[in-house]
Write a protein that binds this ligand. Sequence first.
Ligand SMILES: NS(=O)(=O)c1cccc(NC(=O)NCCCCO)c1
Ligand SMILES: [Zn+2]
Length: 257
Amino acid sequence: GWGYAATNGPDKWGENFPIANGPRQSPIDIVPGETAFDAALKALTLKYDPSTSIDILNNGHSVQVTFADDTDSSTLTGGPISGKYRLKQFHFHWGASDDKGSEHTVAGTKYPAELHLVHWNTKYPSFGDAASQGDGLAVVGVFLEIGADNPQLQKLLDAFDGIKAKSTQTSFANYDPSTLLPGCLDYWTYDGSLTTPPLLESVTWIVCKESISVSPAQMGKFRSLLFSGDGEAPCCMMDNYRPPQPLKGRKVRASFK
Ligand SMILES: NS(=O)(=O)c1cccc(NC(=O)NCCCCO)c1
Ligand SMILES: [Zn+2]
């Protein structure tokens, strides 16, 4: 299967997923000087109910917290989207060292990690159906920047001991993902795709301008997770990011001046 190694990584994904070379692939390099302020863009409204968090999972590609999405308890509205999108999961991408790891970059700057909060459009019956529609998904991206220890992140990291290996998960209740959001929700937005196979071109990307902090020790905790399964040769989970893809004429809009 696909992964992030030289043998099965981003440069090889096009062999099984030809959309890898499609017109609206993600991530991209965001060049602030080339974005257009759009006064019609609304503020993001993120309403998350902590009681909808279910479990934390190592899926062999990332660490993911999954939410109950059978009701409108945790939603995204406003921003560049119309209608209501439900939170399905959030996960991260990170590097082997603090000088890389994010998927989106800003004028070429790579951050050590990037958080993705994944939502699906409730005009469709499920995440799976929405994922195949051009307006099916909305992912909020938040950069992590090296700085002070982040206590909200620490709650998540403290659960990692139980999910070191691929395909392991533990319950993870009452977690409020809004504690991971930056204070300011100014954002850039553009039409893109999933950044992992199947690379479906169904994502309205909403990338926050402001980052949240992560300490070097906390980054080390992410890198202690494994791509490998129990009983396999241990392979540290790191550099699980796709590099920026061609813009192909797309416009990136800014919600701020
Ligand atoms: N990285 S991302 O574009 O935010 C994103 C969001 C939602 C789903 C995905 N990718 C997938 O679900 N891929 C299917 C298998 C991955 C884990 O087993 C990527
Ligand atoms: Zn992601």
